[in-house]
Design a protein around this ligand. Structure first.
Ligand SMILES: NC(=O)c1ccc[n+]([C@@H]2O[C@H](COP(=O)([O-])OP(=O)(O)OC[C@H]3O[C@@H](n4cnc5c(N)ncnc54)[C@H](O)[C@@H]3O)[C@@H](O)[C@H]2O)c1
Length: 250
């Protein structure tokens, strides 16, 4: 452990989908700032390996975000190990690119269950722990630029990510009295296992014409958790400018 002061010393975080991709980078970034972090994921091997590599400040807990019981067990285990939770990052998610007319109801439901209902249950199960902590706390919901724009070919994914904004705004109002801020983060194209193989046309006409790196999203998340103390219910975009729309061709 480092003796230097971190921006998140004393914090206890749960990061869903923390085993790989952006979630794993957030785990490393929060631990580097002094937080104790629960890596919560259905991916057991990757999650355990990451927690083992980090050491005493990380704990892997198997979590399926769609299950009430799984959340309740994860919160109990996290609290028993590190104490009450002060940061929740609802990052677990799956992509689904499928035209509307080809999307079955079961496919729609699976995306909504993981990407949106998972965060709803998580907030309901974690807020009482935050209230027990006796200190200010923060919930960061990972949405997307697909939660800011209409994007053809992903009705379920876009609905889930717009829904994350609603959870953020309602939560910010409901939990403000408990000293809990609730914020949404909107990444654009970020290089992770989710976007592996994405063609460069997806991003080469952006104002910043490249894929983003997970660490660039982690920097925003650390800032929001540690320093954005007058922000709640609001949206933070990390997208290389893609949400600005098309550039003029004239
Ligand atoms: N990569 C991008 O370009 C991009 C852009 C915008 C938003 N996002 C969002 O960022 C988040 C992280 O995405 P990523 O790119 O790192 O993807 P990823 O696929 O690498 O990671 C997602 C993680 O979520 C976990 N997960 C899936 N279902 C779960 C469940 N039921 N319970 C618990 N964990 C579960 C996976 O096991 C995985 O570890 C997602 O919510 C995604 O929608 C990604």
């Amino acid at each position: 452990m480092s003796d230097t002061m971190g921006k998140l010393d004393g914090a206890v975080a749960i990061i869903t989908g923390g085993a790989r991709g952006m979630g794993a980078e957030h785990v490393r970034g929060l631990v580097a700032e002094g937080a104790k972090v629960v890596v919560a994921d259905i991916l057991e091997q990757e999650g355990r390996d990451l927690a083992t590599e980090i050491g005493a400040n990380a704990l892997f807990v198997k979590l399926d975000v769609t299950s009430d019981e799984s959340w309740q067990a994860a919160v109990r285990e996290a609290e028993a190990h590190f104490g009450p939770i002060t940061i929740l990052i609802n990052n677990a998610g799956i992509a689904q690119e499928k035209p509307w007319l080809e999307t079955t109801t079961a496919e729609w439901q699976r995306v909504i269950d993981i990407n949106l209902t998972g965060a709803f249950i998580g907030m309901r199960e974690v807020v009482p722990s935050m209230q027990r902590s006796g200190v200010d706390a923060v919930i960061i919901n990972v949405s997307s630029v697909s939660g800011l724009l209409g994007v053809a070919g992903e009705p379920a994914y876009a609905a889930s990510k717009w829904g994350m904004r609603a959870l953020t705004k309602v939560g910010a109002l409901e939990f403000a009295g408990s000293g809990i801020r609730v914020l949404s983060v909107h990444p654009g194209f970020i290089e992770t296992p989710m976007t592996a193989g994405a063609p460069s046309e997806y991003y080469d006409s952006q104002p910043i014409p490249r894929m983003g790196q997970s660490a660039e999203v982690t920097s925003m998340i650390v800032f929001l958790a540690a320093e954005a103390t007058f922000s709640t219910g609001s949206e933070f975009v990390v997208d290389g400018g893609v949400a600005l729309g098309a550039r003029s061709t004239t």
